[in-house]
Design a binder for this molecule. Structure first.
Ligand code: 3HC
Length: 691
């Protein structure tokens, strides 16, 4: 297939890129562009050229897969120089998303026109790299260093009109893009407009402290990432060096990143995020049930969050509670949440009113009779779930999907409370449900294929990243969270402090450590879980009863102002001498001699225990692929995106390294906690990874 074509419309040479789905600048496209531009330059009938793309978008960047396989010539920078050095005007005609190398292509042209809806940006930083085809040098010269710095180091696209204001776009085209671009080219010729070569402009920087100020402003948000800081260096070079040297600096900074583990991890996340929503073995054309209205049961924090998600995307919700007081409280939270967004200017008052009008409160199950999907978010107790699902079985129309938000209970048992287990599915939202991106959908043994497909589709519609998992206690995320928490308590007992454990995990890249997370989630939840499962615990787990001791003091975490840490009214954590004392006494009572524990041991014990559990989850088929586990941990539990998720990270470490450490800890701490999963053992011995 010819991915670049050249045609003539009078004196205008039209270069069309047609490389679906997003016109990525693959080797074939670069070669085609080079040939077409050369042809246009050589043809004396051609006086100007327009570069345009077929399909849904202007080029959305380099072909990211080529970073893995290695780029082949021609490279993009010399093709862009060829364009920029042409004496005939070259105009880029933008629509859709002109991103990354696509935007760099546009910057290499002398002029840019765009449809009003086009978006333009340099999102490379989100892949752990920086624009590597002159973007960091041309953009600051075109729109000034400050605006360019923000675009490049944060990676968010801007609208065509914003680009016009800043001078990155010359004209917004109202009607047909091709016609408009050709008319623009004719105008350039008629007016004999001088060619505007971005490389020959000067990058303006108004504030002498711009780069220092900006670096410190992103220090917290971009903690741990390499790419944003290399982006800053590259843009700075545009303000200090001639173009050619700036490009060399850009190249060096780009190469530093493109081969780094961080960028590999971020590219892995880019592709996995797209792959994960597809269910292996389920045909892509599986029919989807029509969801026009949703019922939510329970107006607690979870139910309210789910109701907000539905209303946010325009789906009517019936919100059911058992008593008026709870219902009123839930509705008040909904109103407060929206009012907060209006107050911050993120939501218009009329949109708030429209969303509120979509939520119908009720105390009667009968009002769920028309719902296409009902999501229950009631108390985590099988008897309560039985009551709810028996009622739903009676009132819901045939074909309605009955979903449970349970985070631990057995979905198959819940499905068996109905006469329609094929319609029952798990939809495990994460708190706060209107904010967290992850949605763990759970397939029961009898869940129908179209229900699975619908759960994924509606998850996406609600703005979530839906990952399909199988039934087991805690599913994937919480099942891996629990052994990590167990290890954290063991480490406390053996000599570590809460701060040391949390700091080690924070430094690894988590937004907070496991103990601070447990405080945030509510220690009572883990405590309740512990009590319910007490008989199944090993003797050491039973004896390591720090959680009991802390909870017995009424310290349930952030919500009670104290847990493992103490909290002020703004929920800032501080270490509590009372807890430190409690831990030391606990070790003494248990006859454990406290020792110095290295950060490395903390990291290994908290992370490898998860990786080992992940391997078991894969073996059992609870997660279909390692990428499902990785996306759950990146999008639901704050695993640093630049480490790609626990399974990808394990591969980067090398499974042999992980395996050897498991054997060491098995010796030190017992096989009941540290026996290597057979899959991990097998892969490590074969020198393979999870991927
Ligand atoms: N390279 C390779 N494949 C790409 C791609 C790219 N740059 N961009 C998208 N794709 C693939 C996706 O993986 C997906 O494949 P699939 O159908 O097999 O899952 C398909 O194209 C469609 O993509 P989306 O599902 O994401 O489609 P959307 O319509 O939701 O979004 C988009 C379109 C906004 C363009 C989005 O795909 C996107 O953000 N793409 C990446 C843009 C980007 O990061 N560009 C910079 C690349 S690096 C670069 O240019 C380096 C340069 O400086 C040298």
């Amino acid at each position: 297939m010819q991915v670049v074509s050249f045609s003539k419309l009078g004196q205008i040479g039209l270069i069309t890129i047609d490389n679906p789905p997003v016109n990525a600048l693959s080797q074939a496209v670069r070669a085609g562009l080079k040939e077409a531009v050369t042809q246009g330059i050589a043809d004396s009938d051609v006086k100007a050229m327009v570069v345009i793309c077929a399909g849904r978008t202007f080029a959305a960047g380099a072909d990211i897969r080529e970073f893995e396989t290695g780029m082949k010539e021609p490279f993009l920078p010399p093709v862009l120089s060829l364009i920029e050095n042409s004496d005939k005007p070259v105009i880029a005609a933008l629509h859709g998303t002109a991103l990354g190398g696509g935007m760099e292509l546009a910057l290499g042209c002398h002029f840019r026109v765009a449809v009003g809806k086009a978006k333009i940006g340099l999102p490379e930083v989100k892949l752990g790299i920086l624009p590597g085809a002159g973007g960091t040098q041309r953009l600051p010269r075109l729109i000034g260093a400050e605006a360019a710095l923000k675009m490049i180091a944060e990676g968010n696209p801007i609208s065509a009109s914003q680009a016009k204001t800043w001078g990155a776009v010359d004209e917004i085209i109202e009607g047909d893009l091709k016609e408009g671009a050709i008319a623009f080219a004719e105008k350039v010729l008629a007016e004999k407009r001088p060619l505007r070569r971005a490389s020959q402009l000067t990058a303006k920087v108004d504030d002498p402290d711009l780069f220092e100020r900006y670096t410190s402003s992103i220090a917290v948000k971009q903690r741990g990432f390499l790419a944003p800081f290399n982006c800053i260096k590259a843009v700075r070079a545009a303000t200090e060096l001639p173009f050619e040297q700036g490009v060399e600096r850009e190249r060096a900074l780009f190469l530093e990143l493109v081969n780094s583990p961080q960028s590999k991890a971020q590219r892995h996340v880019f592709f996995s995020e797209r792959e994960v929503t597809k269910i292996p073995g389920l045909p892509g054309d599986t029919p989807i049930r029509d969801i026009q209205s949703i019922g939510v049961i329970g107006a607690g924090a979870m139910g309210v969050g789910i109701a907000l998600c539905c209303a946010n995307v325009g789906i009517p919700v019936v919100l059911l509670e058992m008593n008026q007081e709870n219902l009123d409280r839930g509705l008040a939270v909904i109103r407060k949440t929206y009012a907060g967004s209006v107050g911050k200017g993120r939501l218009k008052q009329e949109d708030m009113d429209r969303r509120l009008a979509l939520i119908t409160p009720t105390l009667s199950y009968g009002d769920l009779s028309n719902a296409d999907l009902v999501i229950e978010a009631v108390f985590e107790d099988l008897a309560v779930k039985k009551e709810v699902f028996s009622q739903l079985d009676t009132v819901c129309k045939p074909g309605a999907i009955l979903a449970t938000n349970t985070s631990y209970l057995n979905l198959n048992e819940i499905a068996a409370f109905t006469r329609r287990p094929q319609d029952v599915v798990g939809m495990h939202f994460f708190s706060p449900a209107n904010v967290m991106k992850l949605l763990e959908n759970v397939r029961g043994d009898k869940t129908a294929p179209d229900v699975l497909a619908t759960a994924q589709a509606i998850g996406k519609k609600l703005g979530k990243l839906p990952v399909m998992v199988g039934v087991c206690p805690g599913f994937v995320g919480n099942r891996m969270f629990m052994p990590r928490l167990r290890e954290s308590f063991f480490l406390l007992e053996e000599g570590a402090s809460p701060q040391q454990i949390d700091q080690a995990m924070f430094d690894f890249g988590f937004p907070m450590g496991p103990l601070a997370t447990a405080d945030m989630a509510g220690l009572d939840i883990a405590w309740r879980h512990r009590k319910v499962n007490y008989e199944q615990l090993t003797p050491r787990e039973q004896a390591c009863n720090l959680l009991d001791k802390i909870c017995e003091l009424g310290r349930y975490g952030q919500k009670t102002g104290a847990g493992i840490y103490r909290y002020d009214e703004r929920r800032n954590a501080a270490p509590d001498p009372l807890i430190e004392d409690l831990i030391v006494k606990h070790s003494a009572e248990r006859g454990v001699t406290r020792r110095n524990i290295s950060d490395q041991e903390i990291l290994e014990r908290c992370l490898y225990v998860m990786i080992n559990e992940g391997a078991k989850i894969l073996e059992e088929g609870v997660a279909a692929r390692p990428l499902d586990i990785d996306m759950i941990w990146v999008f639901g539990y704050g695993f640093p995106v630049y480490r790609g998720g626990p399974m990808f990270y394990a591969d980067q470490l090398g499974l042999a390294t992980v395996y050897e450490a498991l054997l060491r800890y098995q010796e030190q701490l017992g096989a009941e906690f540290w026996k290597p999963a057979p899959l991990l053992e097998k892969l490590a011995k074969e020198g393979k990874g999870f991927y």
